[in-house]
Structures are given as C-alpha cells and as structure tokens.
Design a protein around this ligand. Sequence first.
Ligand code: GLN
Length: 492
Amino acid sequence: METLEAQRAALEASELSSVELVSSALARAESEGRSLGAVVGLRAEAALAEAEQSDERRRAGETRSPLEGTPVLLKDNMVMKGEPTTCASRILEPFVSPYDGSAAQCLQAAGAIILGRANMDEFAMGATTENSIFGPARNPWDPERTCGGSSGGSAASVAAGLTGFALGSDTGGSIRQPASFCGVVGMKPTYGRVSRWGLVAFASSLDQIGPFTHTAREAAWVLEAISGHDPRDSTSLPEAAPALESSLTGDVAGLRIGLPREYFVDDGAEPGVIDAVRRGVAELEAAGAQVVEVTLPHTPYVVSTYYLVATAEASSNLARYDGARFGRRADEVRDLDDMYRRSRSEGFGAEVKRRILLGTYVLSAGYFDAYYRKAQQVRTLVRGDFEAAFEACDVIAGPTYPEVAFPIGAKNDDPVSLYLGDIYTVSANLAGLPGISLPCGQLGGLPVGMQLLGKALDEATLLRVADAFQRRTDHHEQRPQGDGSAHAGNKA
Ligand code: GLN
C-alpha cells in the first residue's frame, strides 16, 4: 500500500479507510521516518481527525480529488496553521505559523491528509539534507548514503513508502536531485505555476514548489491539486490549473527529444549515469520518439550564475531574521546591534552564513556590476539557449545529477564540489522552465535519475513522456532493500 495509486484504489474499493491508512502511516513515520531522519514533526491528532472527515465525505459520495484521504508530508519550509515551521534552522525553531500556506490549503481542499513535516537543508541551501538542526536525512537505499537535498526528507519518505507523495521546493534542483538519489519521481513546475504563499523564501526568482511520487500519473494528480493562480503570490501565473491526467496517452510517436551536446561530454557525469540515461532515451526512441542533438552553449556558466543570483536573493530574503519579529532572539543582549548580531550568529548554520556573506558581497557597491548584473545578463543568455533548443525539440533529456547517492559526510569539507553537482538542474530555475526527474536505472545498486526539461507551461508534455517511459519500464517499481541490493530492469 505504498504508492499513491494503490492507496487511492484501496480507498475507492473500501478495502481500507483513510483513518486506517493515516494511522499506519503515522506509526511508520514515527518509527522509520524518525530513524531515517526524514520526518521532523507530526500532527497526529489533527491528521486523524481529518482522516475521519475524509471517510465521511467518501461515504457521502463527496470525494474531492484523487488525493482524497491519502497521507502526505510537507517540506519544513511550507507553513501550516498552528504548526512549527523551522526550515531546519535554529533561528526559526520557536516559530509557529498563524496561517496555512497555499500548499497546505490546496492539499486540504483536495482531501489529502497532511501528516507533518519532512527534513531539509537549512533554508533549502544544500544538496544532502545534512545542513539541518535535526541531523541528516538518510537514503532508504543505503542509510549510510545521502538522500540528496535540499528536500531530502520528502524524497526519502516517498522512497521508503512512508507516504505515497510529498511536497518539496526546488530553487536549483532541490526536488529533482533528491528524487534521483532516492529512485522516485520529482517535478519542478514552471516558475509561477504553483503559488508560494507560505513557502519560506530562499531565492524568490527561482523558488518553486512541486511533488514527489512514484509515477508521472501520480505527479499529475498532485500538480493538478496545487497549481493555479493565487493573487497572494505576485509571481503566480494567471493560468488556471491545467488538466494533466488526460494528457497521459502513452503516445510519444513523432515527439522530438533533444539531447544537449554539453550534457553528454566525457568529463561530465559519471559514465554509468550517462549509460543509464542513454538507455532511457533509447526506450523512448523505441516508443516512437525522435532523438535530435541540441546545444545549450552557456551550460559552463550556469552554476556560477545560479550561485550569484541565489546567494544575492538569499542575503536579502534572510535579512528579516533579526531576532525582532521572527523566531529566535539571543538572550541578555547589550543593545539593538548586539541583538541582531548575536541572534543571527547563534541562529544560522555555517552554510547559510556562507551564502549570506557571498550574497551580500555580490550585491555590494563596487562589485554589483561585476557579479550580480553580469549574472543577470548570463541568465538571459541561458534562457535564450533554451528558446533556440526548443525550436528543434519538444523536451530535453539528460542526467539529473552527475553521480548517484554518495556517502553522508563525503563532501562536507568541499562546498564547491557540491555546487558543481548542480550543473544539470539549475538551468531550469534560471530559465523558469519545468523539469522532472524519474528513475531510469541503477548503478551499483543505487538509483539513477533521468531529467526531462520542457517548455514553459508545458508540464503536460513532460508528464506524457515520463508516463510513456514508465509504461514500458519498471525502474519506478524497484524498492530499496535497505542494503542497496535491489536491481532494476526493463520490461520484456
Ligand atoms: N543545491 C542547490 C543549492 O544548494 C539547490 C538548492 C535548492 O534547490 N533549494 O542551492
């Protein structure tokens, strides 16, 4: 009963109630979820009460959506009324939200049952879920390895079957990369597609909320529930929530898949990752898609551009945590400056401080033109790369990340190597485009993710391709054994 689709079917067939489903999910979240470091807070009583209401709706024939009665976890940067939101940071530890964010509202309106909060890197800065006051979240495929990040708790929860789906946020890859490390589907929608009202801001021109699931079909259900215009988020697009499930026809005949030359070079991703992605692309070709080579010439600059834009915006967004209004305030301060300084020094972790320092530097007088303005100019060029590439293809395929999940702690002393790993994911954020990662094979018993990037607002095509792939293969059906020994294969 681990997938959303199986849960939906069981609920519809009255084989079990939402109360039963939610109780067992809560029990597993409390035990396995905590020991994996994936779950950091549960709202058990409220969830059970809501599950009861869901069962009543179902009995009355008033189900709200495919998500009705199914349990979900939210990354700990999306606020819920009366619940803590910590962003895995000491500075927000005492914060309890006075309101529901749009993610919680949309899920509840769809009848889903929010169990609680999933672990993450502090303020979503990181790629391993190790920058967390709760300690690292672990990969269910091998608990000594990272589950990726920053939405690692959400990815690990779905991979371990604690919930059938979860929400994360993606500023430079934080949904797609942990999805790839954990062998699940993770999708970053078009910038502005999903409201960010009540999402704690990291880098506002890049942040976007999206789902973790096992299948593209389930991702379509979740995305239908959380998309759509929201006047409370000024970057929310006017488009109504799209009907996505109807686009999952299984048909990719004639569809053009672009392989960026820059994503398949010798000194890029690990050869085993490239091989798995190439086999995935070949599967789509066998289904009738047409493969074309495209070029994204500014790829060598995307990581630097992203880390200039993201840190600049972060330094500005995080200025609000001053000890005065939100969260933690240092004790026995001498004066106002001392309060600011000590509250922030005690409240933020090392990686967040590094980003604030970098961001403040790139925005400072004298350096602004050389760094921030230049980064904005390169960002325009990156967008242009995609516009040109999408003249020749309908979706772009490549690896999600240059390698599979590595051991926890392996890159703690080398932030730059972690930054460089974001090479395939940050472009979609810089250009505002939708992207999805789906499992396409394994390397040494660990999942490999294939990334598909689409045209703005064309989530439907991305999901159609991902669904067609999953109809032909069973990589998404592989489950962690805990010792990394599961093996995948294509359906005969
Ligand atoms: N790894 C990237 C970073 O550290 C992406 C983070 C994200 O998408 N939130 O900034």
